[in-house]
Each structure stands twice: as structure tokens, then as C-alpha cells.
Design a protein around this ligand. Structure first.
Ligand SMILES: Cc1ncc(COP(=O)(O)O)c(C=O)c1O
Length: 466
């Protein structure tokens, strides 16, 4: 996938087929409609080719790395080939290491254990902005070396703050988002990399939102590390990746202690492997890695610019439509940000985000996210401490889904909801919800998470406690 070239694209249709795009969901008025999955920034559906690939390799699945059996050798080869593909997808340099992780959070926690200490033994300094997802904030804070810089109102102001901070101390690492999971916006990567490298710091890119939407090349951008998630990259089979410079990863604390990460163990001591095995203790997720590689192949095979054009046009349609509705405010981190990815957060004045999200689901079959998106400091600074609503766009999103969302919000603001909603255990639910359950083994009820004021029910992403 080559970034940023804008070409004509059939923007109203999905760019790639995804599994489940024709799944019908019930509405409170008795109708069923195709599910409009506008929550792909949280977790994206599997590409059809990914599901096909998983089905193809499942019969070949066997233990990896230390099995002499034929299928063990096949599985090991598939796993290692997947590693190569994933690394190549993000433009890994020759000496870079690709570690298969569980997701972005896992990758960032792993790297946090590898940042070299300062000469006096204190934790290496890491510079982060307050716009980050908690996954790119808390691991650095936990090591004790983090400085959190409050972002400015503009990109220019934020960059100048970043440069000033980098001149104050010798930072080991600047950990920065490739695209905000709240606004889809980003700082210009080349300028961040130049500022960090000029100051002797490395750059970690949180690619959770960038990689599925735009791709990235370590070699071309000179970024040192990138972390991303398979489940946001159309491969929801439990694998993610950390790719980047070998020296820190070879020297860092083995992420998990256990089999597969060691050369030799005696009762007196352990000799650890170098990366990637050093950080992949336990049985590897072969199917997850193969699925992720398959998604990478599919995205890489897209005509250059098609995905960017698709997302850019749908995003513009969405933002224009939202801004025409009275009382709807689109959240922006930086007034001068350019080229945001397909992630849009908004609020409806006077209405709880969880109620709006429940309404969109129950009356229109639209899945969005509400809350604080695991970016509490940013939501608080931008003036949305009670949370907001996020719609996100990906390869499977259609123009109809965007139009449906805009029409639904217009109806909500104009006429109000038709069904009655109430808060139960801190979550917004339809009163006496008449919707039948889908017939799926193991499904005995719906689990509401569109929440108000109940942090537990909102699994940590609801409004700030009073
Ligand atoms: C920008 C960003 N970083 C990190 C994460 C964490 O990703 P994961 O939950 O896959 O570990 C997310 C998830 O929403 C994200 O959007």
C-alpha cells in the first residue's frame, strides 16, 4: 500500500471484502438491517482472504519450532514466513527484528523493557505527548522514565514544544502515535523523526491506527520501531507485531520468562536467546501470525492510493454531514492537522454519548464507540471529560453506512429517539428491549457497554468519575 497518492476510487463501495459485511442485526422496530460496523478502529472484521487463508492452514497446524514431525516443520516454516511478510509490510530494514506479539499494547510493554537505562542506572528517558492512547503512555510511565508533554492547539505549536523538550534532556526515545485513535490526526512524521534524531533520541511509532489505514515504511521514514495490532488490521486472530532496531531488542529484558526464549537453562542460571526468540517465550501464535501476514499481503496488493482515497472521501462526507447538524461537535486535537485517517469523534450537545451510541445501535443497526477511547488525558484536555462518540472507517466501509449514520443523528437531534432508554448498572440499555437474540451457540443475552458514570461497566473507557 503506498501512502498519500490520491487517485479516483469507487468510494461508495468497500475496497476489500470483509467477513460478515452482510450480517443482519435486529432493530427495536422489528426490522433487521445489515450491520453498519463503524467501530473498525477498535477492532476490524477479518478480510475474506484472511479467513480463507486461516481455513487453508488450519489442517496443517502443528507444534512449531521444536517439532520434528512433517507438519511441525510446515507450521514452523509458515510462522517464519509470516514474520518476514509482516516485517516487509512495514518496510523493515535488513537488521530490524520482527517480533510477533499479541497486539499494540503488548508490543509497547515489550519495548518498554528494552529502553536502555541512563549512565547512572536510572530508567532511560522517554518523551510522550498527552494525546496518546493509554497503551502508548502507561508502559513508559511504569518504567519511571516518562515525560508527558501537553500538546499544543496546533501542530506547529506541538512540534515546537517537542523540540524544546528534546533540547532539555537527553531522551532515549520519543514514543508517538502514527494517528490518533480519537481524531485520526497526526503530527508530520518526518519532522518528529528529524527532531528526535537530531537530539539523539529514537522514535517509536504507535502504528495501531496508522498501519491499517495508511501503512508505514521504517526504511523510508527512518522511524526506529513500529507497533501495531492484527485485530485492527483485518486479522483478528490474536497476533500483533513490534518491528525495529535489533540492538535494544537483543539486550532488553526478555518480555516473558519461559520456554522458547532461552538457549540453555541450569539451576545456576539462564542463557537467553537474542531477538526475536528472546521475547517470544511460550508457544507462538502461528495462526495469528499467518493471518496477519495474509492481511498485510492483501493491503500491500491494493492499487496505490485506493485505500487513502476511499477513507478520505468517506471521512470528508462524514465530517461535513456531522457539522451540518445542530449541536454536533467534531473533536479536533490540532486546528492545522492535515490528512487525518478515517477516525472521527464527535459529541451531541446535551446528550450522553452512551445514550446516542445505544440509539444508533437499537434504531439504526449502527455500531460506533462511546466513552473516552482509552485516551483520558486527551479527552479531558479537549473538554470532553464525559466522553464522546467515535465513528471509524476502513476497507469495508460503504457510503451507505456513512449516510445512514448522518441521517440517524439528524433524526435524533430533530425528533429524538423512538424507543425508551434507561441506565442499568451504569449502562444505557433499551427499556424492555424487544430485539431477538441472534441464533449463535453460547449467546444468552446482550452485554451493554455504552455506559454513563459507571467505570466498571464501561471497562475503563467511560466518563471520568465525578
Ligand atoms: C492508537 C492506539 N494505540 C494503541 C492501541 C492499543 O491497541 P491494542 O488494544 O490492539 O493493544 C489502540 C487501540 O485502540 C490505539 O487505537
Amino acid at each position: 500500500m503506498s501512502a498519500h497518492a490520491v487517485i479516483e476510487a469507487p468510494t461508495s463501495c468497500a475496497v476489500l471484502p470483509v467477513v460478515g459485511s452482510d450480517t443482519l442485526v435486529p432493530l427495536v422496530d422489528g426490522r433487521s438491517v445489515p450491520y453498519a460496523n463503524l467501530d473498525v478502529a477498535a477492532s476490524a472484521p477479518a478480510l475474506q482472504v484472511v479467513a480463507d487463508r486461516v481455513n487453508e492452514v488450519l489442517p496443517l497446524y502443528a507444534s512449531v519450532h521444536r517439532g520434528a514431525g512433517y507438519l511441525s516443520q510446515v507450521s514452523t516454516a509458515l510462522y517464519e514466513a509470516a514474520r518476514q511478510t509482516v516485517g516487509a509490510f512495514v518496510g523493515a530494514r535488513e537488521d530490524d527484528v520482527t517480533i510477533v506479539t499479541r497486539n499494540t499494547t503488548d508490543s509497547l510493554n515489550l519495548l518498554a523493557g528494552c529502553v536502555p537505562s541512563q549512565a547512572d542506572g536510572s530508567p532511560g528517558r522517554v518523551l510522550v505527548l498527552d494525546v496518546e492512547h493509554h497503551a502508548n503512555l502507561l508502559p513508559w510511565q511504569r518504567t519511571g522514565g516518562a515525560t508527558v508533554l501537553v500538546g499544543g492547539a496546533t501542530v506547529a505549536e506541538t512540534l515546537s514544544g517537542l523540540r524544546a523538550e528534546l533540547s532539555r534532556f537527553p531522551y532515549a526515545l520519543v514514543a508517538i502515535t502514527g494517528a490518533s485513535n480519537v481524531t485520526g490526526e497526526s503530527l508530520p512524521l518526518a519532522e518528529v523523526v528529524a527532531a528526535a534524531h537530531d537530539a539523539g533520541a529514537r522514535v517509536l511509532l504507535d502504528g495501531a491506527q496508522l498501519v491499517p489505514h495508511r501503512g508505514v515504511s521504517l526504511a523510508a521514514s527512518d522511524v526506529d520501531y513500529v507497533a501495531f495490532s492484527g485485530h485492527k488490521t483485518y486479522a483478528p486472530f490474536g497476533a500483533g507485531a513490534l518491528v525495529g532496531r535489533r540492538d535494544w531488542l537483543d539486550a532488553g529484558t526478555p518480555y516473558l520468562a519461559g520456554g522458547g526464549a532461552v538457549r540453555n537453562v541450569t539451576l545456576e542460571g539462564t542463557t537467553w536467546q537474542s531477538a526475536p526468540a528472546r521475547h517470544e517465550a511460550g508457544s507462538p501464535n502461528v495462526i495469528g501470525a499467518v493471518a496477519l501476514a495474509s492481511a498485510c499481503d492483501a493491503l500491500a496488493a491494493l492499487e496505490p492510493g485506493v485505500l487513502v482515497a476511499h477513507e478520505t472521501e468517506l471521512r470528508a462526507r462524514l465530517v461535513d454531514g456531522l457539522e451540518e447538524i445542530d449541536g454536533v461537535r467534531v473533536v479536533r486535537a490540532w486546528a492545522d492537522a492535515v490528512d487525518p485517517v478515517g477516525v472521527v469523534t464527535f459529541s451531541v450537545d446535551g446528550h450522553d454519548a452512551g445514550l446516542v451510541a445505544s440509539y444508533l445501535s437499537a434504531e439504526h443497526g449502527i455500531g460506533v464507540r462511546d466513552g473516552r477511547f482509552c485516551a483520558h488525558p486527551l479527552l479531558a484536555r479537549l473538554g470532553f471529560p464525559a466522553g464522546a462518540i467515535r465513528a471509524s472507517i476502513g476497507v469495508g466501509t460503504t457510503g451507505e453506512e456513512i449516510e445512514r449514520l448522518i441521517a440517524a443523528l439528524r433524526a435524533y437531534v430533530g425528533e429524538g429517539a423512538k424507543a425508551r432508554y434507561e441506565v442499568v448498572d451504569g449502562c444505557w440499555v433499551v427499556s424492555d428491549d424487544p430485539r431477538p437474540l441472534l441464533q449463535v451457540a453460547g449467546l444468552s443475552g446482550l452485554f451493554a457497554t455504552a455506559a454513563v458514570g459507571n467505570i466498571t461497566a464501561a471497562v475503563g473507557c467511560g466518563p471520568a468519575p465525578a
